[in-house]
Design a protein around this ligand. Sequence first.
Ligand code: ADP
Ligand code: MG
Length: 360
Amino acid sequence: MTQTGSIFRLEGVTRRYDDLTALDAIDFEAEQNEYISLLGPSGSGKTSLLRIIAGFEKPDQGRVWFQGQDITDLPAHERGIGFVFQNFALFPHLTVFENVAFGLRNNVDTVPGVEIEKRTRDAIEMVGLAGLEDRVPDQVSGGQKQRVALARTLVMQPKLVLLDEPLGALDANLRDRMQIELRAIRERLDVTFLHVTGSETEALAMGDTVAVLNAGKVIQSGTPDEIYDTPASPDVALFLNRFNIFDGTLKGGHFAGPFGDAPVATARQNAQDRYAIRYDRTQIFDPGAKLPGPALTARFRASEYLGSSIIFLFETEDHKTVEVDHHLSFGDPRDLTVDNEYVLSWDPAKAIVFGKEGSK
Ligand code: ADP
Ligand code: MG
């Protein structure tokens, strides 16, 4: 992977719809030739942000830079930025070939016919659709439609490709395969991908960088490992869907929560006192066993196999669901009896603690 500096930069980008601030003074910079995941819940502003980078909408405040140039006032078709829409948006009456060739045939600068042929064939080949050129969109599967949409964007040779929840319409198996292919395609081309998703699994699996968007603000960005190991706020921990998060009181190097009192070495500044422990660092003990730390009494309710691990679901006395993730690489899971009481515990040094007494 070659990195030659920043490809685009957002500077104080704000977008309002009447009273609603969809994007709130966003500062964000992306390196060239990266795969960037933008993770956020529905309504957090993901599509608005992509539309502003693409030039379909203008920010109310702030600037957008692309390849060192301020493009805030540049029309979309002059930006050289590709956009893959969530619903594919293919022309139903045109063949796969003509859907992919469309942008070249209607380019502002005329592209010679032989070049259109070649680039279209190359793009179709690149996404694995060779042989299907003469079909119309109704005659190909959902996954193939997704590839047509991607080829149609790549044929224009953009330096930046924006993908709005590109795998959202695909079933789970296909989604896994397309994740791998999207990364492979990006690596073969000299291009940056900005991939918007509401799925934490997808964001962590695909991104060289993951940016987390909440209520119109980028609340954290970093490598998947950084985000996963050190979420900057309880909101980030919550979106990752891999942490048990408890309310309680942080005071003088201790956190008092539903699990009793736990020592806290470091805490991060936050308006509420919250305690987060990863699902895969939470362990299951029998009542009375020797524990590595806090003791949370909970009833076992159900388990779920997820390929390489098992998730055990527990319910605490105050009816909160707590999850334990057991990786099968650590050996067979223990046998648990549904509705029996167990004690959950963990190494307190592995917890991530937030609170008013935390440091910045
Ligand atoms: P996401 O893609 O993360 O689901 P969006 O960018 O679509 O979020 O929307 C962010 C917020 O802005 C939402 O509250 C949405 O309802 C609002 N919004 C988006 N587009 C418009 C619009 N054209 N008019 C009014 N409100 C809008
Ligand atoms: Mg959206």
